[in-house]
Ligand binder design. Structure first.
Ligand code: SAM
Length: 222
């Protein structure tokens, strides 16, 4: 039986084309209305010169940052998504799994002012990855994580554990994706264990929605 971690990355290999289509057609309303702007503003608020986009996907955030004069480097474990990011203009992108980054097997540069992860920390064992990212930051560096808001997606089961996303309601052919649900305290513990201290927490919300669209954390190196 493959582990949930390997099925998770495999699902991105299977879903890459459908994902590119969904993102580039603007089909995810919460992204259009709330979360894209939220992460761009959170990053810009830190005025970074160099940003690493961890799990950059097809690269929309790399393009948004480059348009604002920021040197942005992307890394993702799916070669098709990285190819799409490159073809759409991202100058510096790397294919690497999180496991390879933890093991230090791939050189993705260092001395970043900021590492961002936009809905890309979906696996269980995030502490070694966050610690590896910590080591790539300048001493004053920060990590910016936007993720599913645990209270919005708990569905009555508020404890850490693997769940499955079926992508029901998305157009196209999709393979289900395992992902790891994490409570708020679990997120904060993970940041702490990886050598970060929380500097800001936001719950981006649309005025017409009763629940937040995401959880957005900014944490500084300790
Ligand atoms: C929901 S997408 C988000 C993509 C992008 N950050 C965005 O905002 O559109 C999650 C991304 O995480 C990447 N990812 C998930 N698990 C990974 C792993 N173990 N190693 C490398 N990349 C991984 C996927 O390939 C995918 O591009």
């Amino acid at each position: 039986m493959p582990s949930p971690e390997s099925s998770l990355l495999q699902s991105w290999h299977d879903n890459a084309d459908a994902w590119i289509e969904v993102i580039r057609s603007g089909a995810i309303e919460s992204r259009q209305q709330v979360t894209d702007q939220a992460i761009v503003l959170a990053i810009m608020g830190r005025q970074p010169q160099r940003v690493l986009d961890l799990g950059c996907g097809e690269g929309w955030l790399l393009r948004a940052l480059a348009d604002r004069g920021i040197e942005a480097v992307g890394v993702d474990g799916d070669a098709r998504l990285i190819e799409a990011a490159h073809l759409a203009g991202a100058a510096r992108v790397h294919v690497a799994s999180y496991e390879a980054l933890v093991d230090g097997k791939v050189d993705i540069g260092r001395d970043y002012n900021l590492v961002c992860a936009n809905f890309s920390l979906l696996h269980q064992d995030i502490i070694p990855l966050l610690a590896a990212m910590n080591a790539l930051l300048v001493p004053t560096g920060v990590v910016v994580i936007q993720t599913l808001h645990p209270w919005s997606v708990a569905a009555g089961d508020y404890q850490d554990g693997w769940r499955e996303e079926s992508f029901a309601g998305f157009k196209g052919q999709w393979q289900p994706m395992p992902w790891y649900f994490r409570t708020l305290s679990s997120w904060l513990n993970a940041l702490d264990m990886a050598g970060f201290q929380l500097a800001g927490l936001q719950e981006p919300q649309h005025p017409q929605s009763p629940v937040p669209q995401s959880l957005l954390m900014v944490a500084e190196r300790r």
